[in-house]
Design a protein around this ligand. Structure first.
Ligand code: PHE
Length: 534
């Protein structure tokens, strides 16, 4: 395989180190080169000298993760902070919907949550990866209890109309039969050294042994073959006495290829930001927002006291001395403004930005995102399918169904019955709620025949983020790559206006990006104030 030069030279360096000083030297070398180190953790919630912001005012637009964390840091540093939120709800896309709660897409009837008490739907974000150290550090410091969010269970299902007569198949069968068959193919390669220059003839037997473990291969006729394995599960499970169990029949590679499972779901738990298990706050994603709102700031106040709600912004203007922000409940004359609004929405607010900046704002357009959740009449996925958490995937527009990661064996629970983005989310977004429910029932039936009998149709909640007032969509897919010019222009303050939000980070679509970008906006303000005082 082709190696990058830097990797080769590192490897050469380490080999030489080993020759000189043994394993200890290699370990030290690895650490020095940054090859072993886990990326640095977030060094706690940033703290600035308490009085540094004294006499300075900052207006923050938007009370989501970016706005609230910026407010906390600035208020603690002595700035006078006002967070201006357009909606009644505080928390931005961190929306957890509980019985009695309501929300409405623009121009539509309000959705009212009719779940049983104690149940909830995370209508926005629902999971946090282990390496999102900033979010997790906030959770730790704010006392937000966390529990596992199960992303993938081997009992989850994959369904495609293109294969297996449309029958849902347990993920373990697909994953392990595919792996076994690929391993068998590789075991037939006569000279592995021809595939990878770092291998020599002496490595052949280790290579084959590794493949045997990797793919659950067996010896046959002097070679290694895949003939099914218990990794792929049983058609008749093993039991007591004379019941050894019967393995599932092996799935042909051709059928696996036809199924398109490899395009939708099969490898998702290998992505950097998704893993087999992630984390979620106990009791709902908005527990993080609640923790932030309770956080103490100078003057005997909390972050909550800094927020004004239901106050859409009408104007943002740079002035000779700072900024002027006109909103429904008043006018703020401040030294700085941090806008966490979707850039395309900020562009529509009356402003005196330079054309280049306004143009860059307009070019970051959010993608649609759709979720539907409903209460089940019983936990059929546990009772009938042995599914305890995780996600099943289908090529039906619902795309995926999330099972609850908590409250196993309870009488009922909430399923995320559809979650998708882009064109599919636009399709759902155009439908009336009833139409969304009908489509989601159809998708549910594909994965769980009988599904329609086991969910309360009148306890469904749907949300198309692109239709929510004061949001532009779910998130913007990869602005740094998609439009680097616009992205980098927006990282530079426009006069006294700075931006923050997941869109201004390489963690777009995640709270982590919102927090990290807010940190930078606060740093920029503190630096300017510090410079002015010197
Ligand atoms: N964080 C969201 C999720 O896990 C949205 C997202 C999806 C962000 C994919 C980046 C990539 O579903």
């Amino acid at each position: 395989m082709k190696q990058q030069n830097s990797a080769l030279s590192r490897r050469g360096f380490l080999t030489r180190l080993a020759a000189l000083g043994g394993a200890g030297a290699v370990y030290h070398g690895l650490t020095t080169l940054g090859l072993l180190a886990v990326p640095p953790a977030y060094a706690g919630i940033p703290a600035y000298p308490a009085g540094i912001g004294k006499g300075r005012r900052v207006a923050i637009l938007g009370a989501g993760m970016a706005g609230l964390t910026a407010a906390l840091l600035l208020a603690r540093a002595g700035f006078e902070v006002k967070v201006i939120e357009a909606n009644r709800h505080i928390g931005g896309r961190s929306l957890t919907v509980r019985p009695g709660d309501s929300y409405a897409e623009a121009g539509r009837e309000a959705m009212v949550c009719r779940f049983d008490d104690g149940l909830y739907l995370n209508a926005g974000p629902g999971r946090i990866p282990h390496h999102h150290t900033a979010v997790l550090e906030y959770c730790r410091e704010l006392g937000v209890a966390m529990e596992p969010y199960i992303f993938a269970s081997r009992a989850n299902l994959l369904q495609s109309d293109k294969a297996f007569g449309g029958q849902p198949i347990q993920l373990r069968r697909i994953k392990h039969d595919l792996r076994g068959q690929l391993a068998e193919m590789l075991a037939k390669v006569p000279d592995p050294a021809a595939l990878d220059a770092t291998l020599g003839p002496a490595d052949r037997s280790a290579f084959l042994e590794m493949l045997r473990e990797f793919g659950a291969l067996q010896s046959q006729g002097g070679g290694l073959v895949y003939r099914g394995s218990n990794r792929a599960g049983y058609a008749i499970p093993p039991g007591a006495a004379r019941t050894p169990g019967t393995l599932n029949p092996e799935i042909e590679l051709k059928a696996l290829l036809d199924s398109d499972f490899w395009k939708n779901g099969l490898f998702n738990d290998m992505v950097d930001y998704w893993q087999t298990s992630l984390m979620q706050p106990v009791g709902g994603m908005d527990m993080i927002v609640q923790g932030l709102l309770r956080a103490a700031v100078p003057g005997g106040r909390t972050v909550r006291d800094l927020v004004v709600t239901e106050s859409p912004v009408a104007e943002v203007a740079n002035t000779a001395t700072g900024v002027r922000v006109v909103h429904a409940n008043g006018t703020e004359v401040a030294d700085f403004c941090i806008s966490t609004m979707a850039p395309s929405l900020l562009a529509k607010v009356k402003n005196n930005f330079t054309p280049a900046y306004a143009g860059a704002l307009r070019r970051i357009q959010d993608a649609a995102a759709f979720k539907l959740g409903w209460q089940a009449t019983r936990r059929f996925w546990e009772e009938d399918d042995q599914i305890y958490g995780g996600i099943s995937w289908t090529d039906h527009p619902v795309t995926q169904i999330w099972y609850p990661s908590d409250e196993f064996f309870a009488k009922t629970g909430v399923l995320t019955g559809a979650y998708n983005n882009g064109a599919t989310a636009e399709l759902f977004g155009r439908l009336p709620h009833d139409g969304r429910v009908a489509l989601a029932l159809e998708g549910g039936e594909k994965l769980h025949p009988g599904f329609s009998n086991w969910v309360y149709r009148d306890r469904a909640l749907s949300i198309a983020w692109q239709n929510m007032p004061h949001f532009a969509g779910g998130w913007q897919n990869n602005p740094p790559e998609a439009d680097p010019d616009a992205y980098f222009r927006l990282t530079v303050p426009e006069g006294n206006v700075m931006l923050a939000g997941d869109f201004l980070s390489y963690w777009w679509g995640w709270k982590e990006g919102a927090i990290r970008s807010a940190d930078l906006a606060v740093e920029a303000i503190v630096a300017r104030v510090g410079a002015a005082r010197q």
